[in-house]
Ligand binder design. Structure first.
Ligand code: ATP
Ligand code: MG
Length: 178
């Protein structure tokens, strides 16, 4: 096993923007390169680590606080952590960066226009949110603060998932993480 430093690749973006899709593809590529990789994904984490939490601002902050803590433990033990959560607030992402350590934190803005996400509606959640069946839904009834200084931006309405994932891997080389 080759030696490598841990870092956290923090995907942020609207629901349906492509965070989980790209996180999986990037994890697959890094696994093939013999990196130790762990995925922390919103849907799974919310069924286990944070199943007591909802989607109010306070609960979203607590969700990200716990995830950041786990990511920190793994990162300092040399794991490449790939997280995929909407993480809608600038401040919570800043807190995550501080907790994990700025030198080991790579914020990836998964950029996709809201109307494209709504059209994709992978989980049928936008439809429910628009019909008022779900409260506090990001982009509909809850804010999303666009990242100000992400290390990486991918525009998922302009390229295929494979191209976006390849772009992220390239950027990681340029940034010196690979
Ligand atoms: N370039 C692209 N990158 C990623 N996904 C894309 C791209 N183009 C189209 N898609 C499609 O967009 C959808 C993205 O869904 P995905 O579940 O990855 O979103 P998400 O950001 O994880 O949402 P959520 O926050 O609800 O978990 C998938 O159906 C995927 O195939
Ligand atoms: Mg997802």
């Amino acid at each position: 096993m080759m030696e490598h430093k841990g870092f956290t690749l923090w995907f942020t973006g609207l629901s349906g923007s492509g965070k989980s899709t790209l996180a999986d593809l990037v994890a697959e590529t890094l696994n093939k390169k013999n990196f130790r990789v762990e995925r922390l994904d919103g849907d799974e984490v919310r069924q286990h680590l944070t199943r007591d939490l909802g989607f109010s601002r306070e609960d979203r902050e607590e969700n990200v606080r716990r995830i950041s803590f786990v990511a920190k433990l793994l990162t300092r033990n040399g794991v490449v952590v790939i997280t995929s959560f909407i993480s809608p607030y600038q401040e919570m992402r800043k807190d995550a960066r501080e907790e994990i350590g700025s030198e080991s934190f790579v914020e990836v803005f998964v950029k996709c226009p809201l109307d494209v996400c709504k059209k994709r509606d992978v989980k049928g959640l936008y439809k429910k949110a628009i019909n008022g069946e779900i409260e506090n839904f990001t982009g509909v009834s809850h804010p999303y603060e666009v990242p100000e200084n992400p290390e990486i931006i991918v525009e998922t309405d302009k390229m295929t998932p494979k191209e976006c994932a390849g772009g992220i891997i390239n950027e990681l080389y340029h940034l010196g993480f690979l």
